[in-house]
Ligand binder design. Structure first.
Ligand SMILES: NC(=O)c1ccc[n+]([C@@H]2O[C@H](COP(=O)([O-])OP(=O)(O)OC[C@H]3O[C@@H](n4cnc5c(N)ncnc54)[C@H](OP(=O)(O)O)[C@@H]3O)[C@@H](O)[C@H]2O)c1
Length: 246
């Protein structure tokens, strides 16, 4: 039987790219996001491209109670789930103290609490199934609090720490945990930024992510080069240089 994936944020960017790549490899897919129309169009394309089965779900991950319900429906439809990818995310870029608390709250609601709701539901399902693979999408921005990115950096650092705890909680079981931390991959989330160093295309970025997910890598920066080195440097960069870089 084909392996099955529940993927949030599947209507655009990295989620859409991963959906295409996994479909070509013959996986069954449950695609979730708020934009139902985009999901329907994508699902139609994927059914033609070789996916074993594709189902779509309207899901707002900040409607936390609906996440386990929708995931349960997807598991019933696909005969269980092998992989859950908590990919939904948004970003803002505003310096602190500029009246952007509401936008910052939405970032935390979506990127951290929405991911936690997805991961929590997945762990519960996988404990019942006896196996499963949880994938979170954090970011290089989570390595260090970056200028104008306070909420985004905090949310992604939170995702990484959360997944570390989950990995310890399920240690010794057949549940695996992967955390992928991309640098800049060309999608709508970063197109308004003034600079996007070491940018890679969405096609290349998602191919790398799929290979890492299939290998169950644990934790990786995406792409590994140069971001593993950049992350190390970011951790020790003096604040005056970090501030200048903005
Ligand atoms: N691209 C990069 O360089 C990069 C780097 C580091 C980390 N990331 C992370 O990678 C993930 C995907 O980002 P992307 O680059 O693909 O961005 P994107 O092109 O803007 O896509 C974001 C996806 O998240 C979904 N989403 C947003 N809010 C949601 C909500 N409340 N409920 C459900 N789905 C929601 C969107 O769908 P709807 O609007 O239809 O709901 C969309 O499918 C994010 O977590 C992002 O932080 C990306």
């Amino acid at each position: 039987m084909a392996k099955s994936i529940f993927l949030t944020g599947a209507s655009a960017g990295l989620g859409e790219g991963m959906a295409r790549g996994f479909a070509k490899r013959g996986y069954s897919l449950a695609l979730a996001a708020r934009s139902r129309d985009k999901l329907e169009v994508l699902a139609e394309e994927l059914r033609r491209s070789g996916a074993a089965k594709v189902v779509v779900y309207t899901l707002d991950v900040t409607d936390y109670d609906s996440v386990p319900r929708v995931m349960g429906e997807a598991a019933a439809e696909l005969g269980g789930l092998d992989i859950v990818i908590a990919n939904s995310g948004i970003a803002t870029a505003t310096p602190a103290g500029r009246g952007s608390f509401e936008a910052a709250r939405r970032v935390i609601d979506t990127n951290l609490l929405g991911a936690m709701a997805t991961i929590e539901a997945a762990v519960e399902l996988f404990r019942k199934q006896g196996h499963g693979h949880i994938v979170g999408i954090s970011s290089v921005s989570g390595v260090r609090g970056l200028p104008t990115q306070s909420a985004y950096s905090a949310s992604k650092s939170g995702v990484t720490r959360y997944l570390e705890s989950v990995r310890a909680d399920v240690f010794g079981t057949a549940i695996r945990v992967t955390d992928l931390a991309p640098g800049f991959i060309d999608t709508a989330i970063n197109r308004n930024l003034p600079s996007r160093p070491f940018l890679v295309s969405a096609e290349k970025g998602t191919e790398i992510m799929i290979a890492m997910i299939e290998k169950q890598v644990g934790f990786r920066y995406v792409p590994v080069v140069p971001w593993t080195l950049v992350a190390l440097l970011l951790k020790i960069l003096p604040t005056r240089l970090l501030a200048k870089a903005s």
